[in-house]
Design a protein around this ligand. Structure first.
Ligand code: ATP
Length: 355
């Protein structure tokens, strides 16, 4: 038996009813609703103002019902209604970001996954503590500009889409660094970026065994980032700066990628270490998560970030990916979430996947 994440009071509304798979209409919600419907769940879309009209264009993904609130933060005031319909909230990037990780974690409605993970993901220092103590390789972090010994990226906390991030080729190029807010100076890793979409099931007793359950790889993407991806066309950094052009990392889309098959053992090892450590630290991360890192020419994978929930890059794979097709044909991450809820209900183990 695994770890129980939710107390029975919170799960009481789900005892005798079919749960409604519920999420905020944004990010990866079309995929989540599509997957939930395929598994026979009723779906509820949370919308701010009015339900998004473009959902009408996607009949297989449109939720059965909408609940609208004037502002995102008003969701904290409709928890009674959500419990009444047997809602299970599916966290995604926009849902957690718009509401704020603390307000999200405080919602008294069953949430898919372990809400305790939000406190570890949203604090960059805690995130590093988790990953490094798991034995995962990360870009070096410099406490002081004088320690810089190569190319660096300066990241400001809360910089939406990497706006204000700053690249310097070396210590000299960093110049007299005057930070404009809380930040981190990190080794700029040269290599190729991979965003790996994993799913950890504490219920599964087959496959790639990790902790009490098993780890699945459902897809992989790379993000298109404006303007950094195309900046090379305009020439060298110094010249760009003279022209007032600074690099930004605003995600504008995603492209599918696969890893050399010989590198897959490394990918699974990283995913497994992260899960095993999460079990020790806070009872385990459950469901989808994304490991975001850079493969160097020495074939070392350095992780710069982890997203502890479904990521938008999984939208590439609504009808399956080169990896998920080898788990079950046409399997999306959204559908995998619904399958896990299904199984947990059937086996009376909802407390292990909901919090
Ligand atoms: P988001 O929350 O949208 O993922 P963020 O503000 O948390 O973004 P990061 O994900 O850490 O920022 O970084 C944004 C982008 O910067 C990455 O997608 C990658 O392109 C680049 N990047 C981040 N860290 C490094 C690094 N150490 N070396 C090279 N590039 C990096």
């Amino acid at each position: 038996m695994g770890i129980s994440l939710a107390d029975s009071n919170r799960l009481a509304p789900l005892r005798d009813r079919t749960p409604s798979v519920t999420t905020l209409c944004s990010h990866s919600s079309l995929q989540i609703f599509h997957g939930a419907r395929a598994e026979g769940f009723p779906t509820l879309g949370l919308a701010v103002g009015t339900p998004p009209r473009f959902y009408d264009a996607f009949p297989l993904a449109r939720p059965d019902r909408f609940l609208t609130v004037p502002r995102v933060k008003d969701l904290s005031g409709v928890t009674d209604q959500l419990r009444d319909v047997g809602a299970i909230l599916i966290p995604h990037g926009s849902f957690v970001e718009y509401l704020g990780p603390e307000a999200f974690a405080a919602l008294d409605v069953p949430v898919f996954g372990n809400r305790a993970v939000l406190g570890w993901e949203s604090d960059r220092r805690k995130e590093r503590e988790w990953l490094e103590s798991a034995g995962v390789s990360m870009p070096k972090r410099f406490e002081d500009p004088s320690e810089v010994d190569g190319p660096v990226i300066v990241k400001y906390y809360g910089a939406k889409g990497g706006k204000g991030f700053f690249l310097a080729k070396n210590r000299e190029a960093l110049g007299d660094f005057h930070p404009t807010g809380p930040h981190v100076i990190q080794e700029y890793v040269l290599g190729t970026r991979y965003y790996m979409h994993f799913f950890y099931s504490p219920l599964s007793d087959r496959g790639y065994r990790v902790g009490h359950g098993s780890l699945e790889l459902l897809g992989m993407d790379r993000r298109d980032e404006a303007n950094i991806d195309e900046l090379y066309k305009l020439g060298a950094q110094e010249e760009l700066l003279k022209a007032g052009i600074r690099p930004t990392f605003v995600v504008t889309g995603n492209v599918p990628v696969i890893l050399r098959e010989s590198l897959l053992p490394k990918a699974f090892e990283v995913g497994a270490r992260i899960i095993e450590r999460s079990i020790e630290l806070f009872g385990g991360m459950v469901g989808p998560f994304c490991v975001e890192g850079i493969m160097t020419e020495e074939l070392e994978f350095k992780v710069f970030e982890i997203s502890t929930r479904i990521v938008a890059g999984t939208n590439l794979f609504i009808s399956g990916s080169p990896y998920s097709d080898l788990v079950a044909p046409g399997l999306s991450t959204g559908r995998r979430i619904a399958q896990e809820i299904h199984r947990a209900r059937a086996e009376g183990r909802l407390g292990e996947v909901l919090s």
